[in-house]
Ligand binder design. Sequence first.
Ligand code: ZN
Length: 145
Amino acid sequence: MELDSLYQEVILDHYKKPHHKGVPTGAIQVHHVNPNCGDEITLSLDIKDGIVRDLIWDGVGCSISQASASIMSDLVDGKPVATAQVALKEFTELMQSKGAISGDEDILEDAIALAGVSKFPARVKCALLSWMAFKDAAIQNGAEL
Ligand code: ZN
């Protein structure tokens, strides 16, 4: 798999120094796995006044899955649910595009670095794992996504 080298650096940075990674402490914890690759994530968050708060995740797996979790956390934690939903939709579309679209950088920020992954169907689930965990946890905390 070859990704643009600048993008590869962004992914590697998040992989080496993941953001919002720790021991999830929320009352509702979700655990998602990607058996194709062996990626796992446990995630908890809180939603107060329509804002995503206290997102913490822990996980193991490939660099794509771990970097994606770090990037996703930056994009949704501290943001209104509606903003997080826009990012979720944009990223999901990007991953399902098979390389046809490059994504909106204003919305996706560092997640744009994962655009090339959409050309590799086997890795799309790695990139989407944490986003699906976020969606699940947000819904379980009462958000309408
Ligand atoms: Zn993976």
